[in-house]
Unconditional design. Structure first.
Length: 195
């Protein structure tokens, strides 16, 4: 007799898959020639460089949708398109000397207004699962009203997608359609296609 199993994973299967995915992501990210972190407003990229280099030895080119970082006369360390635009006027870079004497290029990228979590710094790099991001050191109460509302909506929509339920926008469209259908019973909606 065949075992009847539901198609949705059990909590332990989901936890195991999440752990495997996280380990794969960490391995992929550790192979990149830089480290990076992000908040909803900015992305910080740290590129290790030899300790004898100065700013004049480097090329750091930040455009609205592209980044190029290289040591003059060498192949680029980073050269690719951003997944979302940045605000170039508010994005900066410096050479930073760490306590152990090593140096790195510290790049601060200001995300364009209304941006999202980035899955990667450049589109050619391996992605991270942005649905698993838990913002650190940020309290919703500290955000301005518009940003707070946007973050709460994003968090709600991510949770609804995870549960296979409609997002707030999908629910709003559904409610409008139901209201319209109830107000116009004379119309035939049997052939209507939604989407």
């Amino acid at each position: 007799m065949a075992e009847n199993r539901s198609s949705s994973p059990t909590p332990s299967e989901r936890a195991r898959k999440d752990a495997e995915d996280r380990a794969r992501e960490e391995e992929e990210q550790s192979k990149l020639p830089y480290r990076w972190t992000q908040t909803l407003e900015e992305v910080d990229v740290n590129v290790p460089i030899p300790g004898n280099l100065k700013a004049r030895d480097l090329i750091v080119d930040l455009k609205k949708t592209h980044i190029k970082v290289s040591i003059k006369g060498q192949d680029p360390i980073i050269d690719g398109d951003f997944p979302h635009p940045i605000q170039t006027d508010d994005s900066t870079w410096i050479i930073s000397t760490k306590p152990d004497g090593t140096k790195e290029i510290a790049i601060n990228l200001s995300k364009a207004r209304g941006s999202y979590w980035w899955a990667h710094v450049v589109t050619s790099a391996p992605k991270i699962d942005t649905t698993k991001i838990v913002p650190e050191n940020s309290k919703l109460s500290e955000l301005d009203g518009e940003t707070r509302g946007m973050v709460e909506k994003m968090m709600y929509d991510q949770e609804m997608k995870r549960q296979g339920k409609p997002t707030s926008d999908e629910q709003k469209k559904e409610d409008i359609l139901k209201k319209f259908m109830s107000e116009h019973p004379e119309m035939d909606f049997s052939q209507a296609k939604i989407g």
